[in-house]
Design a binder for this molecule. Sequence first.
Ligand code: DP6
Length: 366
Amino acid sequence: MSDNFIGKPFQLDSEVKNGVVAWRSPSNIALIKYWGKHGRQLPRNPSLSFSLSNAYTETQVQYSTREKTRDTVSLEFLFEGKKNDAFESRIQKFLNSISTNFPFLKNLDLKIESQNSFPHSSGIASSASSMSALALCLTDIEYELHGMERNEEFFHKASYVARLGSGSASRSVYKDFCVWGTTSLEDKYDDEYAVPLDKVHPVFEGLHDDILIVSAKEKSVSSSAGHDLMIDNPYAETRYAQAREKLIKLAGLIENGEIKVFGKIVEEEALSLHALMMCSDPSYVLMEPASLEIINKIRAFRDSTGTPIFFTLDAGPNVHVIYPERASQEARAFIVEELLQHCEDGRHIFDKMGSGPQKISYSNKI
Ligand code: DP6
């Protein structure tokens, strides 16, 4: 790893006066969950996820050079076309915190515009897609300013910076499956940034993740507060060891195409995350009755038909239904007939594994 991705010093006499970059970056769903962190956004255990297709953020950064260096970053921030002070101050703080990674930040005036493909209050966390889109834009500006070649290191740096904004965002800079965090699986995996998982059986190509919105309310506990609860959780060390072990197993199953055991581990992971929250102090029950109805129906349907259909959950009540492309007809019919009735106002997002982030020419509409 290159010394924590410290950026090259920016020359004030640089020829570059202004420019614009824009990236679209997807959300991702973790199958082995990141839950518990330390230091500067370092994970207590490795996590494994895949990137989605329909749930994404588009971010555009316009920049122009200033006459002289200042102490803080100059920023104007628009969310979905409107000024948003709360988001602006969060982004401003973040940008100030990464100025050693991007020394040019203190020499530029920035205007950042961002929008999501999914409604803000849909119960879908936007931090993974939004922080990864921003990190990709900033890394792109650096590479542009210094005429650097966009190679593997480009994505490592984008992932590193995205991680500093939100841990799960580190995994959104790639398509398909990826791993964030050190594991004995292979040396290339790192706590500082995510790396793609390259041995994937064709059965997992285009894996579905249909998101059933049981509640669109704000989360009862933020991810950061949730991670903090692991500090005093009596099962913390057992959990970290379990996640390390399960990640190695799951990676092997993804390589060999063993989808049934894969699904078993995916469900165990989701329930372990919720169990950890139930036995934290204070304790949280994050599922709603409808989440359980959906889980029970998925298990009963799988048992009676043999369809490979599974669930996972983030730290909230919404259920992610996971199934392979080859089971898509029967799975989708079952979801429509049996599960959507448990969603808040029938809300859902039919999503699947996507082609990863893309550099775009920005338009104001998604
Ligand atoms: C349950 O990445 O949102 O979704 O690093 O504090 O921003 P911060 O946390 P965040 O945590 C995500 C937790 C999770 C599991 C996962 O995505 O791995």
